[in-house]
Design a protein around this ligand. Structure first.
Ligand SMILES: [Zn+2]
Length: 410
């Protein structure tokens, strides 16, 4: 196995200022930008589209022979992952749901992410981030988590035979399923603070020296550019599976940190840049961000016409993954919503619970975060934001039937 940076990578840019960020030959891991006020803003990867176009000229989108998400290798930043690393990542089905379509008066498609190796869409982002970080010289990873991201970081570290990922969880998570799953995949779990933000602060204090040297890489949402590239593969799959003519009119995405929403839109923009999608003939999907009404900073910023998200105090939501009071890529989320002609929607927790129950009775294996997308569709049908007959894709982020859920013996 020899991991290497894809020569199609053209440059790194700051997502906020647009300025180029020095890549320094990818001899050290890439973190937040140096150009914006500390701690900096997310860095994104740009590709040499001429080179990518040449590769796609002979082989269709998604036909590049790599396993799992690496079948889109020309648009990924790292190459050379072993088969067992990648084969089961991505490739999730887009499913038309007849009963939901009939009851809502639109064409409902679900993209079910539960078949990823640790059961959620986080696997896509962490698969690319871990391999990319390793290719840039990282020796170990760390991440604050209250769910699937930590498990995914541990799983992919294990798949590369690296030292166990350092996982920081809020105190109340001791003994929970995520704790046990992280340890199963070789992770070292530490418990600090009341929430993920406090755990993240403690992590950066504890590991300040290793993080500064680049030996350990902070895998927090958007703190490095690989997770975005991995989540982008959802957009590439939607385009490859549905084809340019049959893209959904609307994609509804449960938005915490927003990596997938920004990633799906990045995929569509890159495909348009390559000429593989033609927005002048077929409109790109309108991106919809859904949040809990108890924690809706993106909705607030969108409705006020702001360019960035202003952090607020969460009132707490039953959907853990939506309990993100400030998004470091808020400017990128808002840009994708506006560029696509989309919207941000807040739904009450009671509506999320109701939608969750409807998913269960429809046989859809989804968590509360994903149920928020169904609640949002119901709200948008009532308001006219989604019209009769439109094609709507709901992102179902993963299984709620987490493996390894047997009680621990220790
Ligand atoms: Zn910057």
């Amino acid at each position: 196995m020899e991991l290497r940076i894809n020569p199609n990578v053209a440059r790194l840019v700051c997502s906020n200022s647009g300025k180029e960020v020095p890549a320094r030959g990818f001899a050290s891991p890439v973190g937040l930008c140096p150009c914006c006020p500390r701690p900096g803003k997310p860095v994104v990867i740009e590709y040499d589209l001429e080179r990518v176009r040449a590769e796609f000229a002979s082989v269709p989108l998604g036909g590049h022979g790599g396993r799992g998400i690496w079948r889109f290798a020309p648009l990924l930043p790292v190459l050379g992952v072993p088969e067992e690393y990648a084969a089961d990542v991505g490739g999730t089905p887009v499913v038309r749901h007849e009963r939901l379509s009939a009851s809502l008066g639109v064409e409902v498609f679900l993209k079910n992410e539960g078949t990823n190796p640790s059961g959620s869409f986080k696997d896509r982002g962490l698969a690319v981030a871990v391999a990319f970080g390793r290719a840039c010289g990282a020796r170990r990873f760390c991440v604050p988590t209250q769910g699937n991201a930590g498990v995914a970081a541990c799983l992919f570290s294990a798949r590369l035979g690296m030292p166990g990922c350092l996982v920081y969880m809020p105190e109340s998570y001791r003994g929970c399923i995520y704790h046990r799953a992280c340890e199963f995949f070789g992770g070292e779990v530490r418990f600090v603070g009341a929430n993920i933000a406090a755990a993240g602060r403690a992590m950066r204090e504890d590991l300040a020296d290793e993080l500064a040297s680049g030996a350990t890489v902070d895998m927090s949402t958007f703190f490095e550019p690989g997770r975005l590239e991995g989540k982008k593969t959802m957009g590439l799959e939607i385009a490859a599976d549905l084809g340019g003519e049959a893209l959904p009119d609307v994609i509804i995405y449960p938005t915490g940190g927003g990596t997938g929403l920004v990633g799906i839109w990045k995929a569509f923009e890159e495909l348009a840049g390559l000429g593989l999608l033609d927005p002048t003939r077929t409109a790109l999907p309108r991106m919809v961000a859904v949040q809990s009404a108890n924690c809706a900073p993106v909705v607030e910023a969108f409705e006020k016409g702001l360019a960035d998200v202003i952090p607020l105090t969460s009132r707490g939501t039953i959907a853990d993954g939506l309990d993100v009071p400030g998004a470091i890529m808020g400017h990128g989320i808002l840009r994708a919503l506006r560029a696509s002609g989309g919207v941000a929607v807040a739904v009450p927790d009671a509506a999320i619970e109701g939608a969750f129950a409807r998913y269960g009775l429809a046989g859809v294996n989804a968590g509360l975060e994903s149920a928020a997308t169904l609640a949002a569709l119901e709200a948008l049908r009532a308001s006219g934001g989604v019209r009769a007959g439109e094609r709507v894709l709901l992102l179902n982020t993963g299984t709620q039937l987490i493996p390894l859920s047997k009680p621990s013996k220790t």
